[in-house]
Design a protein around this ligand. Structure first.
Ligand code: SF4
Length: 471
């Protein structure tokens, strides 16, 4: 555990004018070494990622656009997932001007499955703003990017400015938090204000003024590939000699060796913080856990449990003679969760008495798209499908109705913002991952029931099933 006692720190030049609480900061010579080692390591070890191919483009707006798209896609999404989405996006809209001409529907289609759909919408709005208000020229500093572009926060503004423009400004994302908290043994809740302030000031101080793009990409790359959450590779880390979490591990090993009478060489100095009540150290009640090693850092406050929600869903399928089934989709409202995306008719379960079975097909179709189903209609229960959104644990209670084509009257089954799609159209439509899971469950349910007779045989025609809701 980090000791807390007032003591002065030897700066290496015989002077002891810096208080030991600066343990959470880098000395000047440490900053220089950090920059030199990290930048060299990044230049030799960086992964070949599609957005990096745009960084040699002489057009600064194109570089900024390429970084902007990648950074927005990478928020809350793994690199491996983003690669194909990024390539598709840049093929469809190679320039900011191309994107500005796109529709939200097209953006949602390309974004489909990537999650957090407001990110795509904001990129579109941002591109339209840059074209309309700034003549197609991206704002040129982190401060102005932050001020003018929707969906661009402090991190994204810093990433675009440092990587595309070479502005020496720090960035703090999950990878940077992990590397800095370990290197400077910052063990307090990493989302707390004092820790966030410290991390931003550290990031601004250590960024290499001569190579800000490589330094910032390097520290994120280090966090993503070496200083990982669960299996940090300290032995191959380019900045291991500057890392206090690693020094703590070595110190403990040394002490344990001494206890066993093993000669471990020279004594390793204590790693100590001067402050009595430090906002950055591990809290008093959360001591250093030897088994965890460097993974003692960083720490987060307990995560809030996701809210439980249930939604009734109806997969309405019309079976054509050609064998190409079609599915009825309705569009969500243009605001809120999954705004503007297409989904099977769905209704949120509000009444606890409906919690296990959800709504009847009748209620789902009536409430979601204004269609009324006669009580005699046959439907089948597909089952429950779980999906976790960032803050919601959603359970979809899925039912299905299959009807023959000749018995469907399009003029009746046509709510506003609704459409029939084939399976192929469904897979490229602007639908969420959750709806894709629902569809998969419907298909496996269908396979299990392939022996079932023609679905339309004993059913009334859909014109009889549905009556338009009274206006
Ligand atoms: Fe991370 Fe280990 Fe490197 Fe420290 S030495 S920065 S803990 S990988």
């Amino acid at each position: 555990m980090v000791k807390r006692k007032l003591k002065e720190r030897d700066n290496g030049d015989g002077k002891t004018d810096e208080p030991i609480s600066s343990i959470h900061s880098f000395k000047n010579e440490e900053k220089k070494e950090f920059r030199q080692k990290l930048v060299t390591w990044f230049q030799e070890n960086q992964r070949d990622l599609p957005w990096r191919n745009h960084l040699s483009n002489p057009d600064v707006d194109q570089r900024a656009y390429a970084v902007w798209v990648s950074e927005i896609m990478l928020q809350q999404t793994q690199v491996a997932t983003v690669i194909e989405y990024y390539k598709r996006w840049m093929k469809k809209w190679p320039t900011l001007q191309d994107l500005a001409k796109a529709s939200l529907e097209e953006v949602n289609e390309i974004w489909s499955g990537l999650g957090y759909y407001s990110r795509g919408r904001r990129l579109l709005e941002g591109a339209q703003k840059v074209v309309k208000e700034f003549g197609g020229k991206m704002p040129r500093t982190a401060e102005s990017l932050l001020k003018h572009l929707p969906g661009v926060g402090r991190y994204t503004a810093g990433a675009i400015a440092s990587i595309a423009y070479g502005q020496a400004t720090g960035i703090v994302d999950g990878n940077v938090i992990r590397v800095l908290c370990r290197m400077r043994i910052i063990g307090a809740n990493s989302t707390s204000q004092p820790v966030q302030n410290k991390l931003w000031s550290l990031a601004d101080e250590v960024v290499d003024p001569d190579h800000p793009a490589d330094f910032n990409q390097g520290i994120m790359e280090l966090g993503a590939t070496v200083c990982t959450p669960k299996s940090p590779g300290c032995a191959s880390c380019p900045v291991q000699n500057l890392c206090l979490a690693k020094a703590m591990v070595d110190q403990n090993k040394h002490r344990n060796g001494n206890k066993l009478g093993i000669n471990n060489g020279p004594i390793i100095a204590d790693i100590e913080c001067a402050a009595d009540k430090c906002d950055l150290c591990l809290p008093e009640n959360e001591t250093w856990d030897e088994k965890e090693g460097v993974q003692n850092y960083p720490r987060k406050a307990g995560k809030k449990a996701a809210r439980e929600e249930k939604t009734s869903v109806c997969v309405l399928c019309r079976r054509t003679k050609s064998g190409a089934d079609q599915y009825y989709l309705v569009q969500r409202a243009q605001k809120g969760l999954l705004a503007g995306l297409w989904e099977f008719p769905s209704v949120k379960v509000e009444d606890e008495s409906d919690e296990t079975v959800g709504h009847t097909i009748q209620e789902i179709l009536q409430k979601s798209c204004g269609l009324t189903l006669l009580p005699s209609t046959q439907s089948s229960m597909v089952g429950n499908v779980e999906h976790i959104f960032s803050h919601i644990h959603q359970t979809y209670i899925v039912q299905a109705v299959i009807v023959p084509e000749e018995e469907v009257d399009d003029s009746q089954v046509h709510a506003e913002n609704s459409r029939w799609v084939t399976k192929e159209e469904f897979s490229s439509a602007a639908v969420s991952t959750a709806m894709k899971k629902v569809f998969k469950a419907f298909e496996s349910h269908g396979k299990k029931k392939t022996s079932t007779a023609d679905p339309g045989k004993n059913q009334k025609s859909i014109t009889a099933f549905f009556k338009k809701k009274k206006e």
